[in-house]
Design a protein. Sequence first.
Length: 129
Amino acid sequence: MNLSSTNVLSLPDGEKFDGLIGLCSWKTKITTIAKARGYLVYLDSSLPKPPTPTVTAGNPALVPLPPDPMPVYSQNPSFEEWEYHDASTFVLVVLNVKNPDSLGMKLDGTAAKAFASLIMNYEHITDMG
């Protein structure tokens, strides 16, 4: 596996999911990498997205300060940290799929939705193969 400059693991081309065979093996690799990096909760959507911070229109002094940076394994990340870690998980999934658009991967949501879209569309197909 190669470590890119964005610190996201990119599998060799022969190990990337292509929609034909190898979903089980690919899924195991992606979930293992996500678990090792603290991203499994973003991949399986078990850590809900925190509410969007709101600004009090009448009194900007009441805008809460962001908390100190949380570790990636935190079960209580700030909104911004959740967004960042979800985006990193999303990139992990997308970069390890050949032609995500042509495979019908959901690219306009969270990492969990993108990952689930592939699993739902291809799990029964590749299992039969």
